[in-house]
Design a binder for this molecule. Structure first.
Ligand code: MN3
Length: 203
């Protein structure tokens, strides 16, 4: 069965004023729809049809070479955005509690120091890409990824990520990526990040 465009867990205007409705609408209904369609087109008729997108991008080497790049880009886009929508929520933000909050403070010393390091990765990612807080080889790390590459592609588990493609912020923030990233903290869904962290630690 073909993969479908996941529904947003809130309305397009729910993250205003931090993330504007028009950006959300285009981002979800056009960009992610395109990733979905191209991923489906690539895996249709192969043995990989019917697998989850996470399963597919976690083992790119298993794919025929002629579809590997298209699946890397569009499968990565599908999975990254699916996570991204859930990692934002109206009325989000604040500081993480629970096991994730403890792990962040232990690793970076304070939540503010973590934020600074995460923002540096997001703002410093050259061109299109993502910054991810992820878990791999028994530890937490912050890492920038180009294009639609995903932590899953190197066997790591994503915990929190921000899309820094221009399509994620240009209508409202134009060239001011740092302002977008600072505003994005106000909609972070720490409950979901905590859930992903627990899942990651359980392997
Ligand atoms: Mn995007």
């Amino acid at each position: 069965m073909a993969l479908t465009l996941p529904d947003l867990p809130y309305t397009y205007d729910a993250l205003e004023p931090h993330i504007d409705a028009r950006t959300m609408e285009i981002h979800h209904s056009k960009h992610q729809q395109a990733y979905t369609d191209k991923l489906n087109g690539a895996i249709q008729g192969t043995e990989h049809e019917g697998k989850s997108a996470v399963e597919i991008i976690s083992d790119l080497d298993a794919l025929p070479e002629n579809i590997r790049t298209v699946v890397r880009n569009n499968g990565g886009g599908y999975v990254n955005h699916d996570l991204f929508w859930k990692l934002m929520t109206p009325g989000g933000g604040g500081e993480p509690s629970g096991a994730l909050g403890d792990a962040i403070r232990q690793k970076w010393g304070s939540f503010d120091a973590f934020k600074e390091a995460f923002e540096a990765a997001a703002v410093g990612q050259f061109g299109s890409g993502w910054a991810w807080l992820c878990y791999g080889d028994g530890e937490m790390m912050i890492k920038g990824y180009p294009n639609q590459d995903s932590p899953y592609m190197i066997g790591h588990k994503p915990v929190l990520g921000v899309d820094v493609w221009e399509h994620a912020y240009y209508l409202k923030y134009q060239n001011k990526r740092p302002d977008y990233v600072k505003a994005w903290w106000n909609v972070v869904n720490w409950d979901e990040a905590n859930r992903l962290y627990e899942e990651a630690r359980q392997g």
